[in-house]
Design a protein around this ligand. Sequence first.
Ligand code: CDP
Ligand code: CDP
Length: 203
Amino acid sequence: MAFTIAIDGPAAAGKGTVSRAVAAHFGFAHLDTGLLYRATGRRTLDGTDPVEAARALRASDLEADDLRTPDVAQAASRVAAIPQVREALVDFQRAFARRAGGAVLDGRDIGTVICPEAEVKLFVTASDEVRAGRRFRELQENGFDTTLDEVLDDLRVRDARDSARAAAPLKPAGDAITLDTSDMSIEQAVAAAVEAVAARLEN
Ligand code: CDP
Ligand code: CDP
């Protein structure tokens, strides 16, 4: 049985954390689609053409260790505004979404463009300050030399670019359930997401 859960939202909202936990709970596969844009963006840092980079992407590229850096995140957001880059990545995402056994995909346009027919759509968000705080702690734990202000700025620049672009902008699907996790622990956010999926699976 194919069953697709689409999880979208702004940067560092907790999409990946919620997606991984929901996928584990229901035994579904998980795809972090941000990695597709991060891997594409990373390749452009040495001057490779973004559309060529997206077309040449291999599954093994998604496992590179250096995809989580702020520089790569900005490069991802820049290449993600190019319609031909997005087109090159559509088929892979849709095939993943419809695999037997269920799939969770997280990104910006899963519920709106990639899987408008997804059985469950969540829009996971939190205030700018909360998101920046979470990402800052994460980067610090991984040994990055950065400041809270730098991280806040990075998120705001990406969110503005991701929301303003013409191609598949960041926005909640009309039928998405919004989950504001500003005041939620990871456990509470995961419980709310699991409940929304369980309700749909029972019908
Ligand atoms: O995938 P996305 O960029 O939206 O966010 P993430 O990587 O899942 O979460 C960013 C950071 O926030 C991680 O370090 C999570 O552990 C943390 N987080 C949190 O503190 N509280 C939540 N409710 C969700 C995530
Ligand atoms: O983890 P975080 O939320 O910081 O970023 P990400 O989900 O890894 O996405 C990195 C960038 O890729 C975003 O800022 C978007 O520009 C782009 N992206 C996109 O355009 N569409 C998606 N489905 C996923 C990511």
